[in-house]
Design a protein around this ligand. Sequence first.
Ligand SMILES: C[S@@+](CC[C@H](N)C(=O)[O-])C[C@H]1O[C@@H](n2cnc3c(N)ncnc32)[C@H](O)[C@@H]1O
Length: 406
Amino acid sequence: MIFTIDRLGHLGDGIAQGENGPVFVAGMLPGEVVEGDLEGDRLVNTRIVTPSAARIKSPCPHARTCGGCLMQHASDAMVADWKTAHVEGALAGQGLHAPFRPILTSPPRSRRRATFAARRTKGGSMIGFHARGSDALVQIPNCQLVHPDLLAAMPGLEELVRLGGSRSQEVALMVTRALGGPDVVVTGGKPLDGALRLELARVVEAHAMARLTWDGETVALRATPIQTIGKARVAPPAGAFLQATEHGEHALLDTVREALGPQKKIVDLFAGIGTFALPLAEMAEVHAVEGDPAMVAALDKAARNTEGLKPIKAEARDLFRRPLEPDEFKYVTGVVIDPPRAGAEAQMRCLAQTKVPVIAMVSCNPVTFARDAKTLIQAGYRLDWIQVVDQFRWSAHVELVGRFVR
Ligand SMILES: C[S@@+](CC[C@H](N)C(=O)[O-])C[C@H]1O[C@@H](n2cnc3c(N)ncnc32)[C@H](O)[C@@H]1O
């Protein structure tokens, strides 16, 4: 059967109009004519009859099999339009619209953290990403997504899996680029005993990893896995939230700085390890609030050890259950809020009752962003502009910053 693709879905599938409703076609772009076999609402065994002008040769040799990237067959301009339209659609769903600034996209080979899947094999171990739509592993020696330092860590990771992985169960390896070497968090490994601990620690030394955390236990700390944030050096707890690329972190920070303008007293909500709080403290006093006490401790320690910052008060607090109350924003001149995917419904209701003149809302979920934006707008705020930041290149993820003023 032959179909013409009308649009892209939120997960990157091409969507055509079939006789009985939408037909989903993986790897296709709007305007393309495609032939294939219909299985339910999916077209399989596809052959492109007429390609789109936006179709490009995938830069990665693993793109056809690896499920790590969805959109390598599309030009950057097409992906930018698709992600921007995703945010526009979410806003429109709440009856909102705003001017959009041109998207900021992280370059290839810049992801500083990746979670690889791995398995011990007969001859050693195998590490990679899952194949598209399956749990088969695809090795990715020429991956165009992750930072080269993560690929350089592979021999050490392979040894960890050979020693502590099992053939029946997959291991997940979260690897973060850090000063001091890769910071590795393993889940699903063999239970630790004395001998395994020693062998794993030997691998950490031999491959100059910074830290190894094995199913929640720190097995080896060869060097502190430092992240540099502004003037500060932060030692995050294992697996702590980190923006996916350095480029993305700087793009978000520059956008937040611009949104806030000159400030005296800032509240940073869902502050993590201080991605915004630490650099913003170069100009203003900051009250940073975060739910994870270990992240708060890391932020607090970094703040105390960094010269030239205005005071930072770091508070551990569950902002879903105990949001900052309106009277806690007295004298606050600007707010940055960067919640998890669920958004910040309760906090936004409190924030909406304040007189804070400017709010920079950062989000990784356009749907909850739009819902929370509406709360602010109904209380008299205006959505000035939106900046989309794409630090998850070739994936369906999207991040954005919105500037709200009153
Ligand atoms: C998207 S991250 C942003 C972190 C930080 N702004 C950054 O850019 O690195 C969201 C943060 O919210 C924190 N968080 C999640 N649920 C929370 C809650 N109920 N109360 C307070 N913080 C929470 C997470 O630990 C995480 O650090």
